[in-house]
Design a protein around this ligand. Structure first.
Ligand code: DGL
Length: 282
């Protein structure tokens, strides 16, 4: 590992593509003073249909890049990476790379919030095939709230439709309707639905229109932002290692033009992305 000598640096936010921007924007609203580096591995997205080993390998490579750029703390703003790579990185890689660095995921804070939201304890999960297969949500729910009954629906088409900017046409509506119907058929009593992929908030208005009004939609941006704020309050030693100049850099492994354009849709502001250079420490 190169360049792990700085004592403080930006907070790294990682996703396979654009989805993590929905988390980043809420984090920046909540914690505007901190510096951030966003990394989207768009060249290799989507991760949702890839194997455990591949998601782990890609996620670790990206986390190591963020560390090399000075990040002491990295948030996996991606359910698929949180489900398939977080535990291995925390248990096997961090002790080897640098035991003082931290990588946090977004499944645990989502489940904590879920327990406070559902009234009848019937909940649904919409996520990538990878997140659903990993069983991370049912396992975490069982640990924290064994009384909650979870039904899951894998939505393999949703991320490709979003990454390719095709989510606003009728073809997209077909797949969204199909997955929602199938989930509600599995458990018609669902009162709270987790949008368990950070890309999905871009479909929130559409999903909202197709669901009965009584169902609460749980998105992860504000939940993750509050959880990060709480984490930094409880860990002043990590807070001291996060620089605070209010800056944000955006890096992508794909085309800078495409990323800058699509990212503007997610963030509702113009941004200028940079190409990730795998060979340079900065
Ligand atoms: N945004 C990622 C998530 O939260 C998944 C996207 C992908 O399939 O690459 O699961």
């Amino acid at each position: 590992m190169k360049n792990l000598t700085q004592t403080a640096g930006p907070i790294g936010i990682f996703d396979s593509g654009y989805g993590g921007l929905t988390i980043l924007s809420k984090i920046r609203e909540q914690l505007p003073d901190y510096d951030y580096i966003y990394l989207g591995d768009n060249a290799r997205a989507p991760y949702g249909t890839r194997s455990f080993d591949v998601v782990y390998k890609y996620t670790l490579e990206c986390v190591e890049r963020l560390f090399a750029m000075g990040c002491r703390l990295v948030i996996l703003a991606c359910n698929t990476a949180s489900a398939k790579a977080l535990r291995s990185i925390q248990q096997h890689d961090l002790p080897r790379i640098d035991p003082d660095r931290r990588v946090l995921g977004i499944i645990r804070p989502t489940v904590e919030a879920l327990g406070r939201k559902t009234r009848n304890r019937h909940v649904g999960l919409l996520a990538t095939p990878g997140t659903v297969q990993s069983q991370s949500y049912p396992l975490e729910i069982k640990k924290l709230y064994p009384d909650i009954q979870l039904s899951s629906e894998a939505c393999p088409m949703w991320v490709p439709l979003i990454e390719n900017n095709e989510y606003n046409n009728e073809g997209a509506d077909y797949f969204i309707r199909k997955n929602l119907r199938s989930l509600l058929a599995a458990d018609p009593r669902i009162d709270t639905l987790i949008l368990g992929c950070t890309h999905y908030p871009i479909l929130e208005a559409k999903i909202r229109r197709l669901l009965p009004a009584a169902i609460t939609l749980l998105t992860q941006g504000a939940i993750t932002a509050r959880s990060l704020e709480d984490y930094l309050r409880r860990h002043p030693e990590m807070d001291a290692r996060c620089t605070k100049q209010g800056s944000c850099r955006y890096l992508t492994t794909e085309s800078v033009e495409k990323f800058s354009q699509s990212a503007s849709v997610f963030l509702k502001e113009e941004i200028r992305a940079e190409q990730l250079d795998w060979d340079s420490p900065h």
